[in-house]
Design a binder for this molecule. Sequence first.
Ligand SMILES: [Zn+2]
Length: 388
Amino acid sequence: MNTAFTARTLYTPSQEIRAPLLFVEDGRIAEVSSRAQKPLPPNAAVTDFGDAILAPGFFDIHIHGGAGLDVMRTAPGELPHLGKFLAGHGVTAYFPTTVAAPIDATCSALERLADAIEAASLPSGDPAGARALGIHLEGPFLSHKRRGVHPPEYLVSPTVEIFDRLWQAARGHVRMMTIAPEIPGALEVIAEAAKRHVCVSIGHSDAELPAAQRAIKAGARHATHTFNAMRPLDHRDPGILGEVLSNDHLTADLIADGIHVSPAVVKVFLQAKGPERAVLITDAISATGMPDGQYQLGPITVDVKDGKCTANGSLAGSVLTMDRAVRNVTQFSNWTLREGVRAASFNAAKAVGMSETVGILAAGAHADFTVLSSDGKVLKTLVGGREL
Ligand SMILES: [Zn+2]
């Protein structure tokens, strides 16, 4: 049977539709139209969200955990618990993200994540929470100089052989990889990963401008947590940031918690990348949604105090949630809620080549959406057209 949803307005998110009608069939969006264009079919069950906004569910392409769970240490059966927590913050899709760890530990984490991803994509139905759609490898091919909290002993020189070992362990579910392009061997790995449709993202890098440009030529098309763990921008030595901020073909993401990047520089980023290429991530760790204390981030022990995560004096991920990131963007800049939503949904999906089915409210996409108040608070989230 047909189900329809309506509210005050809907973000596709590239467009806004007033008095929308969102038709759902078998967990997918059948049609997006409006009450002005189309009368309600008599055989449809209609849910009216009143004054609220229907928006695509957020897609977090860089997240290490939440609700006490660390994605590298969870059993496959525990991941749905994280999915449920994320849905409470408007997220309906995510990439569990690794950190540099001993290669054997990484491989067994990748096997468990592949199990969870495959279990969630069985035809038995849509998950009761955010979908884990693929894996983001953050490391081990990172710069020693810009490693942040990734343990130096687990950083590895890039080779196609090691990349392939990780790829095999993940049974091909690697959809994104952060790599420092200036390390010897990186360009070959970038080219190979791009060939396998991995979104190659430059980051944790001390690259000078030409090295960043070579990476993009080799197939990199995104940048990881812009400004953090990157060679700083200098007006006579622009480095990787000069390329990330000025290249209109490159998408880039940012942690908009107001801690990792000052609000004024968040605004610079949004202006540089624009509403079509800026992507919001959380880089959230297991401590998200939990009280202050000590938490694990892969092999790293992290202290969490007053919303700040540190290990040995360096920032170690965040406790940011995506709904807050969206609201922050509207406070740090003149961006509208719709533009913030777009950066957290469609732009992320587009960056990783999945925007036909997620991050968008259009016919054929998963009926994964969040219901927001006019000030961006999450009222409800639906996955496969079902209320959670
Ligand atoms: Zn991270």
